[in-house]
Design a protein around this ligand. Structure first.
Ligand code: SF4
Ligand code: SF4
Ligand code: SF4
Length: 372
């Protein structure tokens, strides 16, 4: 984003950010204001590096336009070796990322591609699949069928006359490495992907994950200083297809609410397009906290997941259910994973905030005849 942001020294300790901050809720001892004050008085020593989700909600309400998440990212990048992130899932996601950063992952296979879908390996338009094939294995219990998302995307792109290419040499976009301040790892991933896209002659990248679209489209330019091909999230492409009549959705009676992913909404300012997609499937019912003020799904970079995060997530699911919607759709596989996980924690308990979780690309593809 081109908008100029202030650094942490501009914080006037007004506390506006505390109200919207997921990390400040409930009993955790963290606020952006307190962190800023501690940093200004005592330096980086002793500040909580891992509670901030970099969700960017604080910037929306900050009268001084303080870019707290950027400060957090920089503080993490300058940490000592023993200040390691509070990892979840026994660090498997970090290992997966490091394997890819060092090129030990090998070329991608596309055994998940459904029969009948058309790809063209000389197409100027590439579908960047990101880490979904791996996440599909790790999180199959909480977010089953994550690979329906790229399949549904290809089905809809084919309907729009686009046969995208897939990228066997793509690696993790580096989103988590960047926001955790692991800059060596991030630069390895970013340089590889950037060079690979250039050498392949790709003119446009479409992603199914907002973390990938924001990282490829904005962060690579910031860090590497290299312009990338055009990068769009699939919801932007589908909204265009609907507007231009290339996709004709009959609509339905279902009421659907929408979880704005931080990386797509606040960080990329894409609020309308996913709503156009949902509006073509059923009727959209927004939650009270939506668009710029949407509540984060509660977890970023698979880090610091604890009972505070779980309470936040359950509140969000309850907010979704209270709209009376039949389903909560999102445009981010990570939101599906984290919210699905919170729901799963309840098992069949009567207080489970039950609402069907869906990806909007999959919903639209099913409506238009995809049987995958
Ligand atoms: S980025 Fe999000 S989690 Fe971090 S301080 Fe701001 S509101 Fe809180
Ligand atoms: S809203 Fe901005 S100025 Fe106010 S406490 Fe938060 S970071 Fe500081
Ligand atoms: S909410 Fe997300 S980070 Fe936390 S345990 Fe579940 S999947 Fe892992």
């Amino acid at each position: 984003m081109s908008e100029r942001r202030s650094d942490i020294r501009s914080c006037v300790a007004c506390g506006h950010c505390t109200y919207v901050c997921p990390a400040s809720h409930y009993e955790r001892n963290f606020t952006a204001r307190g962190t800023a004050e501690s940093f200004l008085l005592h330096g980086r020593e002793g500040i909580d590096l891992w509670s901030c989700l970099t969700c960017h909600a604080c910037i929306e309400v900050c009268p001084e336009n303080v870019d707290f998440p950027r400060f957090m990212k920089q503080a993490r990048a300058s940490r000592e070796k023993d200040e390691i992130p509070v990892r979840t899932h026994a660090g498997i996601l970090e290992s997966m990322r490091n394997l890819q950063a060092t090129g030990k992952g090998g070329p991608r296979k596309y055994d998940w591609l459904s029969p009948g879908l058309e790809i063209a390996q000389d197409s100027p338009v590439a579908l960047f699949v990101g880490c979904l094939p791996m996440l599909d294995i790790i999180f199959k219990d909480v977010a089953p069928r994550l690979l329906d998302i790229p399949n549904a995307a290809i089905f809809l792109l084919n309907m729009m006359g686009i046969n995208p290419r897939l990228l066997p040499l793509e690696r993790c976009c580096g989103h988590d490495a960047y926001w955790l301040g692991e800059m060596n790892s991030f630069k390895l991933l970013a340089s590889h992907n950037s060079k690979m896209l250039r050498e392949e002659g790709v003119e446009e990248v479409i992603t199914v994950c907002p973390e990938c679209s924001h990282t490829l489209g904005t962060v690579y330019l910031d860090v590497l200083g290299e312009h990338m091909p055009r990068v769009r999230h699939i919801s932007q492409v589908l909204a265009e297809g609907l507007r231009e009549g290339k996709l004709m959705a009959p609509g339905g009676a279902e009421r659907i609410t929408y979880q704005d992913p931080c990386r797509l909404g606040r960080m990329s300012r894409v609020f309308d397009e996913p709503r156009i997609v949902i509006g073509s499937i059923g009727s959209l019912v927004d939650m009270p906290r939506s668009r710029e003020m949407a509540a984060c799904c509660g977890s970023t970079c698979f880090m610091q997941c604890d009972k505070v995060v779980k309470r936040w997530q359950v509140d969000r699911l309850t907010e979704a259910r209270n709209t009376g919607a039949d389903a909560l759709a999102t445009a981010c596989p990570k939101c599906l994973i984290h919210l699905g996980c919170a729901q799963k924690d309840f098992g069949t308990h009567k207080d489970r905030p039950k609402i069907r979780l869906e990806d909007e690309t999959v919903l639209l593809a099913r409506m238009l005849g995809w049987k995958g």
